[in-house]
Design a protein around this ligand. Structure first.
Ligand code: 5GP
Length: 210
């Protein structure tokens, strides 16, 4: 267990739930929050920039970082390795800065254990259909990959009840507004607490977890 000066936010979502665009918009509006750039062994997608979207590296170099204990957490997702830099997070929090980790549910659980005061948020799509449409429109994944990602999404979403907050990305501006309430500790964010969202959106959440 660690004590922290800055706020640590964990944002998790299935790929295609619109997480990356939402986090970009959130940070643009709130320059005092930074986003941790993860390390990954996955190949860059078209338009992705090394050092901006991810630090792209091969498995040998990833393993070296593991041996040197450089990761706060790491996980395997869709066949590639992903890890969060311990140094980046520690430095930000020690300076009293707020930092966002965009990581999967396995990483989220590890970080929550290390930092029980961290705030975890799960972003869900309004339907499985919307998730499939976003993955198709992104045009970066093969048909086979899309099927795998949708199955993985259902698995991810089966863990959402362990998160502090849930946001439904049915409308970008609305979801952004909700994320802002959470990171600004607005009392209205209470409505977005997972236990309330599970009650208010039972049908959708049951459907997504199937
Ligand atoms: P993508 O390849 O689509 O960018 O990301 C695939 C998954 O890996 C997403 O769920 C994303 O949140 C997760 N991810 C990205 N970086 C990290 C990380 O550093 N640690 C963990 N545990 N998951 C990550």
């Amino acid at each position: 267990m660690e004590s922290i000066k800055g706020n640590l936010f964990i944002i998790t979502a299935a790929s295609g739930a619109g997480k990356t665009s939402l986090v970009k918009a959130l940070v643009n509006d709130k320059p005092n929050i930074k986003v941790s750039i993860s390390f990954t062994t996955r190949n860059p997608r078209v338009g992705e920039v090394d050092g901006k979207d991810y630090f792209f590296l091969d498995e040998v170099n990833f393993e070296k970082m593991v041996e040197n204990n450089e990761f706060l957490e790491m996980a395997k997702c869709h066949g590639s390795l992903y890890g969060t830099s311990k140094l980046t997070v520690k430095e930000a929090l020690d300076k009293g800065e707020d930092i966002i980790l965009e990581i999967d549910y396995q990483g989220a659980f590890k970080v929550k254990k290390l930092f029980p005061d961290s705030i975890s948020i799960f972003i869900i799509p309004p339907s499985i259909r919307a998730l499939e449409d976003r993955l198709h429109n992104r045009g970066q994944d093969s048909e086979k990959d899309i099927k795998l990602r949708v199955a993985a999404a259902r698995n991810e979403m089966s863990h959402l009840d362990k998160f502090d907050y849930v946001t439904i990305n049915d409308n970008f501006e609305k979801a952004l507004f909700e994320l802002k309430k959470i990171v600004n500790f607005n009392p209205e964010a209470l409505k977005l607490k997972t236990e309330n969202q599970i009650l208010n959106h039972k049908y959708l959440i049951d459907e997504l977890k199937k």
